[in-house]
Design a binder for this molecule. Structure first.
Ligand SMILES: [Zn+2]
Length: 461
């Protein structure tokens, strides 16, 4: 950008130097001023372009800052959503943990019941074994009793006879019979005892089985409770997954926003460094510009000094300006006054006209409106061939659309009414006319912003 403008400046310089080459009579001071003038214009253009670039960059920097601020506020609300989901998740997790603790506790109870049931079972089995043993004993007892009884029934008569005949006394025989009877009674008693014992065992076993059944009922109830808890846990677990999904979605959103923010931030960084670069360029241009301006200022300063010291015969001492054309092209030839009007070329309504247009034929001589020094004499795309004269005390007159350049040179001091050029229609113009302007610029050089209505100075009103 800076290089480009320097190139443009260089081009202008070359044009200026070539133009000077054609005018061999121009002294060194004029050459220097012409160059400074061209450089000033080029630098002003470059400065304007750089400043426009800064404004555009500033605009986009502000847009980026707004975008970043918006992303930041989005991130802030996403963060609060995420923390709210995380909080919900932790609450639900606590609920799950408490349900799990209850399930575990139920499991402990179920396990306890299970071991009690197993204990009962082994007691039942012990009882069954006892019952089996008793049953065996009863069977054995019964068998031996049966055999004895059978033997006795089969042999009872002979036994009694033998008992009677083998014994010495009747009493002995009776004792033997009694003994047999007693033996039978004993067997009977034994049987009864065994049966009673077995019945007792079976009763105990039945009691154990009742206990076991009660334990099993308790265990089933516990399992049912545990299942209900597991159902609750599954329901809450599903809720947790829903919340987690919402949380993950927000986290993804946040990652996207953060990425976007860092892109915008780096764009902002580039824009800010481009602004800084342009500002540095502006500072450089301003330094060059002030150097160019001081060259131009030197001439106006010299003229002011000459006027104040009375060393020039070209001093303007105030009062009305001279009419810049031959008297036959007077005020009745004015085709456009100073102020707002419809632009004759662009057709733009209310475009501002910065001087007075006086219609007259091509080649009509143009005269300096007052004594002074020529500070600009060049071609300009809108003013055409254009001459600016400085009259001291910040006052300038300008003469636009001239047929050609070369009647005067920059740095030349001219007297009021002296011939300075010829009427033409160069630059932005619709026909032969002189555009005369008046300006007051107090910075030592001419600028368009100092233009005022020339009419009062020309004695028109
Ligand atoms: Zn005009």
């Amino acid at each position: 950008m800076k290089i480009l403008n320097k190139k443009t400046g260089l081009k202008r310089l070359i044009v200026a130097v070539c133009a000077l080459g054609l005018m061999a009579a121009v002294p060194a001071a004029a050459d220097e001023l012409e160059e400074a003038q061209a450089r000033k214009e080029a630098l002003e253009e470059a400065l304007e372009a750089s400043q426009a670039e800064i404004s555009a960059l500033q605009e986009s920097a502000w847009e980026l800052e707004d975008a970043i601020a918006e992303i930041d506020s989005q991130v802030y609300s996403i963060e609060s959503l995420i923390s709210s989901y995380a909080y919900q998740a932790s609450e639900i997790q606590a609920e799950i943990d408490s349900l799990q603790a209850q399930i575990d506790e139920k499991q402990v109870q179920i396990d306890e019941k299970q071991s009690e049931i197993e204990e009962k079972q082994s007691e039942i089995e012990t009882k069954e074994a006892d019952i089996d043993t008793k049953t065996g004993e009863i069977d054995e007892q019964y068998d031996s009793m049966k055999k004895r009884i059978q033997y006795m029934y089969e042999n009872v008569d002979s036994m009694y006879i033998e008992a009677f005949f083998s014994t010495e006394t009747f009493g002995e025989a009776l004792t033997k019979v009694q003994y047999l009877n007693e033996l039978n009674e004993y067997n009977q008693n034994m049987m009864d005892k065994l049966k009673a014992l077995k019945a007792e065992l079976e009763e105990e076993k039945a009691a154990l089985e009742t206990d076991k059944a009660a334990l099993e009922t308790d265990q089933a109830a516990l399992e049912e409770e545990q299942n209900a808890l597991a159902d609750d846990r599954a329901y809450v677990q599903a809720q947790l997954e829903e919340v987690r999904e919402l949380q993950y979605a927000q986290e993804a959103q946040m990652a996207y926003a953060s990425e976007l923010r860092s892109i915008k931030a780096s764009e902002l960084g580039y824009t800010e460094s481009a602004i800084a670069e342009n500002e540095a360029t502006c500072a450089d241009i301003e330094a060059e510009l002030s150097a160019a301006i001081s060259t131009i200022e030197a001439l106006t300063t010299t003229y002011d000094t000459e006027v104040s010291e009375g060393t020039t015969t070209y001093a303007y001492s105030g009062g009305s300006l001279l009419w810049p054309l031959p008297s036959e092209y007077g005020a009745d030839h004015i085709s456009s006054w100073y102020g707002y009007r419809t632009h004759p070329v662009t057709g733009e309504l209310y475009s501002f006209h910065c001087g007075i247009d006086i219609w007259c034929p091509q080649g009509t001589p143009i005269y300096a409106a007052a004594s002074g020094i020529v500070v600009a004499n060049e071609y300009n795309s809108s003013a055409g061939n254009w001459t600016v004269i400085y009259h001291g005390n910040g006052m300038y007159t300008e003469y636009m659309h001239q047929d050609y350049l070369g009647a005067v040179y920059v740095g030349q001091e001219v007297a009021a009414g002296e011939w300075i050029g010829a009427v033409g229609t160069t630059g932005s113009s619709t026909g032969y006319h002189l555009h005369i302007g008046v300006a007051f610029c107090y910075d030592g050089y001419f600028t368009g912003s100092g233009r005022v209505d020339p009419a009062p100075y020309l004695g028109l009103y």
